[in-house]
Design a protein around this ligand. Structure first.
Ligand code: FAD
Length: 447
């Protein structure tokens, strides 16, 4: 049964997030953009309001929220500020490897504490010299018996400069690629952990991004999230569950861009008419709304799959590159509707555009999503239609001659090169259209 109705709890969660977004996030977002600073107190308030770190299972004292819940919350916060939304949701990204790992003792040690009190947990696969090529990481983990020693640098770590804990992916041997990758849960105040300066960016300025450097950091083995050989899979499983939410970021930001443009277009006059009287503007609005709505449908489907035990990898990838690129188009058109004012910092669309520009980049670029999806379609997709060479396309035979079997009464031969169908007991010596010999023909009807 198909049902797009949210449960009462989900609707309540959405309203709580919306209220928080409008009352707490929206009024302060521009200031922190200007300051290039993360409002940590807002992240803490989001936790206290019950809209952050919701996915900790009930058995560890959490709320057991699903990916759809996270998507609902994220759309609302991102609508108010895509940067603060990144920093709020980063806890879920940072915690996901802990939730997915097999280390039950580690879960019991930390998850009840994370459910009770506010902590920031970051996620790090990327490094200064690699991002997309996760298997190419160099941060080194050396086995020392009862512990590992970490050496190397992680880059682009969201909340990296302000986090309490990190899910760190490293390798025991960079030459081993996927097979060498492992993962650890690391405390920021352990000896040898250093954080870099907040990286200056085009957008997402109020979301902290920093490098985290490891200099002979001793990590006890009981803090292992994944042993060598299992870290790469853990990272990919994490992305499959967090990418739908990146789509929700895009929906929220695009929705706001559309709403602001709509408001402006209803009031601004040109050539004696309101902008909304011009069909060129009406069509832009229709397409903006279409993109917001279709993106949300994708997000909900991917989230639903993740919440219902269906591998969401492909839908999550489709969602990510569709919705993040659609959002860019929406914001760009919104800015166009604002004319010159859209280009100023007195109106909100330029910030939305700057902030959402990272969506087709982080958590796997659009190019990487296209690789994932094309790989699936080319190698695993099961077509419904018969192969072209078996296609029952009989242009030269009346349907009565073919009957219910879909096959003509006489033998039929299809040229595998040009598609011509020949009727008769044998294939022709050569194809009258492409001149290929009879070996190019395949029998498609007859005994
Ligand atoms: C604001 C921000 C926050 C981030 N937060 C985090 C975080 O919290 N944790 C974390 O681990 N990382 C984080 N990242 C890093 C992000 O995930 C990477 O930037 C992203 O994965 C791309 O990696 P890269 O920048 O190294 O680009 P590269 O991998 O060097 O790619 C450069 C370009 O080449 C393309 N390309 C690469 N390989 C191929 C290929 N095989 N075929 C076709 N095109 C290809 C890419 O799509 C891209 O366009 C963050 C980044 C930003 C900007």
């Amino acid at each position: 049964m198909l049902n797009f109705t949210l449960s009462d709890q989900q609707e309540e969660l959405r309203q709580t997030a919306r209220k928080f977004a409008l009352e707490r996030v929206l009024p302060i977002a521009a200031y922190y953009d200007e300051m290039d600073e993360t409002p940590v107190e807002i992240l803490e308030q989001a936790f206290e309001a019950g809209i952050a770190s919701g996915e900790i299972p009930v058995k560890y004292g959490g709320r057991g929220a699903g990916i759809l819940d996270a998507s609902l919350v994220t759309e609302e916060i991102s609508a108010a500020c895509p940067g603060i939304a990144t920093s709020v949701f980063d806890n879920s990204l940072g915690m996901e490897p802990l939730l997915l790992c097999k280390n039950e003792a580690l879960k019991e040690k930390y998850l009840p504490e994370f459910a009770k009190s506010f902590y920031l947990i970051s996620f790090a696969t990327s490094e200064p010299t690699m991002g997309s090529d996760v298997a190419g990481m160099r941060c080194k983990a050396t086995d020392k018996g009862d512990h590992y020693v970490l050496n190397g640098t992680k880059y682009w770590v969201t909340n990296g400069g302000i986090a309490d804990y990190y899910s760190i992916f490293a390798t025991v041997d960079a030459n081993e690629k996927h097979k060498g990758i492992c993962a650890f849960f690391v405390k920021r105040d352990w000896e040898g952990v250093r954080v870099g300066k907040h990286i200056p960016k085009l957008g997402q300025r109020n979301s902290n991004t920093a490098a985290v450097h490891f200099d002979n950091v001793r990590v006890p083995k009981d803090h292992m999230l994944a042993p060598p050989g299992e870290g790469f899979i853990l990272a990919m499983q994490t992305f499959s569950r967090t990418r739908p939410v990146i789509g929700a970021f895009a929906v929220g930001a695009a929705r706001s861009a559309m709403e602001f443009a709509l408001d402006y277009a209803k009031k601004r006059r040109a050539f004696g008419s309101k902008l909304t009287d011009f069909q060129a503007i009406q069509f832009k609005i229709a397409e903006m709304y279409q993109k917001v709505e279709t993106s949300r449908l994708m997000v909900w489907k991917a989230a639903w799959e993740a919440d219902n035990g269906i591998d969401p990898t492909i839908t999550a990838s489709i969602t990510k590159f569709y919705s993040t690129e659609a959002a860019m188009e929406v914001a760009n058109e919104a800015l166009q509707i604002f004319g010159g004012y859209g280009y100023t910092r007195f109106f909100p669309v330029e910030k939305l555009l700057r902030y959402m520009r990272v969506y087709p980049i982080y958590e796997g670029t659009s190019e990487i999503q296209r690789m994932v999806v094309s790989g699936h379609v080319i190698n695993s997709y099961k077509p419904v239609m018969p192969p072209l060479e078996d296609l029952p396309m009989h242009r030269d035979r009346h349907p009565d001659e073919i009957g219910v079997s879909g096959k003509p009464e006489t033998d039929a031969w299809r040229c595998r090169i040009c598609g011509y169908v020949h009727y008769g007991e044998a294939a022709p010596e050569e194809c009258p259209y492409c001149f290929f010999p009879d070996s190019a023909f395949k029998k498609v009807a007859g005994d």
